[in-house]
Design a protein around this ligand. Structure first.
Ligand code: HEM
Length: 261
């Protein structure tokens, strides 16, 4: 399913309509002048945790993430632009967080630092103007949950992709080992014949025969280990296939889940 349709399904399910989009676009004028201060508090908070600070390569990495977030919130979320470019953005955030190792629960938790600031600013402004902030707050909550939903979904997709790659490489390794093991069987047979011949000659002293038999033992053990690895990888592959086949195309799955047909 094209991203546009996927987004439309999501918007329908979460009941994000034109009114919400207008609310978000109007809210932007109150958020924009404050966004730098909000981000300042956000980073002060997350960087006070050494395990999160360690996820950033350097100062430049913090600056990049911060600039991207600012753009994301102002242009996409408060721009009410939930089009395919928005999904691409969510996909990229999910992939980047998967790459740096930021688990979804921390991403979701950290969002509260921004959501409370967004709501705080909107309520403050509504109070000054003597009107209710209810509809704007509802629109912001829906948009943030949509954001979290898509980014988490894309994060998991990125992780699944990485897992499939590991499995592919492990399978290749097992295949190589199996081929090596076949080669070893041949060598074992030849070495066994040689040991039998040597045992009947003078050159085949007890010492030589013993060393050859030790070597044979080691070769056989390598072969057995390779078979064990092969079996284990086969099991893993089966488990992963079950998971993947149950979920052949995430987009199709989402479509059927949210389709009202
Ligand atoms: C509040 C929710 C968050 C949002 C909306 C968000 C958004 C983003 C965005 C838009 C990017 C740029 C993606 C790209 O173009 O590749 C990014 C990158 C990044 N984010 Fe987040 N982020 C959030 C929370 C966090 C948290 C809590 C951390 C760490 C504790 C974090 C760590 C990073 C890192 C390390 C990068 C890569 C920066 C770089 O080196 O370019 N993010 N994030």
């Amino acid at each position: 399913m094209p991203y546009t349709e996927l987004i439309e399904d999501r918007l329908r399910f979460m009941e994000i309509d034109e009114n919400d989009i207008v609310e978000l676009q109007q809210a932007r004028q109150y958020i924009e002048p404050e966004i730098d201060k909000m981000l300042e508090r956000f980073y002060e908070h997350i960087l006070s945790y050494p395990e999160f600070a360690a996820l950033f390569e350097d100062e430049e990495s913090v600056r990049r993430a911060r600039a991207s977030q600012k753009k994301h919130w102002l242009e996409e979320l408060f721009g009410g632009r939930f089009k395919s470019s928005y999904f691409n953005k969510a996909e990229r955030i999910g992939q980047t967080h998967a790459r740096v190792g930021l688990a979804p629960s921390w991403y979701v938790g950290s969002y509260s630092k921004m959501l409370t600031q967004f709501i705080g600013r909107i309520c403050e402004q509504a109070q000054v103007e003597g009107r209710s902030a209810c509809e704007t707050v509802q629109a912001i909550c829906k948009a943030v949950l949509l954001d979290v939903d898509l980014v988490t979904h894309c994060y998991l997709e990125a992780k699944n992709q990485a897992m499939r790659e590991v499995l592919r490489r492990a399978t290749q390794f097992a295949t190589d080992m199996a081929e090596l093991s076949d080669g070893l069987s041949d060598s074992v047979s030849k070495a066994q014949s040689a040991a039998a011949l040597l045992a009947g000659t003078e050159a085949g002293s007890a010492e030589h025969t013993k060393r050859l038999q030790d070597l044979l033992g080691q070769i056989e053990s390598v072969g057995e280990q390779s078979n064990a690895i092969d079996t284990r990888i086969g099991e893993l592959q089966f488990g992963d296939r079950l998971y993947i086949e149950d979920d052949p195309s995430t987009l199709d799955r989402l479509k059927s889940r949210f389709s009202r047909d």
